[in-house]
Design a protein around this ligand. Structure first.
Ligand code: HEC
Length: 119
């Protein structure tokens, strides 16, 4: 389930809750300039951030795509995805991927890789 959440959440659910890699990069080291990496972060930090988006304590620039993603994660998903991410080794090159023109599956406030359509 955890790997599915991050990498292969395809099909009908892809639009509603896209895979983490669709925005955070295939290696999950982030995408320049505005999508942070997810590796090398402690499990408790990840649980904390996802929970903070769920409760509204953490907010990003609108449209806040991470709030959308986090609110679609069940408590068990938050725990599983955070444990899985925290257990992944950092790749030798942990830099964020270069900017891409690929549209993101959801609109995100600060990212220039916005999805198609009006903001
Ligand atoms: C539609 C694009 C998109 C998707 C899909 C997405 N993210 Fe994000 N995520 C972002 C953006 C953009 C930010 C930066 C938000 C900000 O400005 O604070 C972010 C930030 C985060 C952060 C905060 C990192 C930090 O250093 O504080 C975590 C944790 C996170 N995402 C986890 C996930 C997980 C887990 C998934 C998959 C279940 C996921 N994201 C899917 C776009 C996305």
């Amino acid at each position: 389930m955890h790997i599915k959440l991050c990498k292969r959440d395809g099909g009908a659910r892809a639009r509603d809750r896209p895979a983490c890699t669709a925005c955070h990069g295939a290696a999950m080291t982030g995408v320049s300039p505005a999508v942070p990496g997810l590796l090398g972060l402690p499990r408790d930090y990840l649980v904390g951030q996802l929970g903070a988006w769920q409760t509204g304590l953490r907010q990003a620039f609108a449209p806040d795509c991470m709030a959308h993603v986090a609110k679609r994660l069940a408590p068990a998903d938050v725990a599983a995805v955070s444990s899985w991410l925290a257990a992944q080794p950092l790749p030798a090159d942990a830099h964020p991927a270069p900017p891409t023109r690929e549209p993101l599956p959801l609109k995100c406030g600060l990212s220039p890789q916005r999805s198609g359509g009006a903001r």
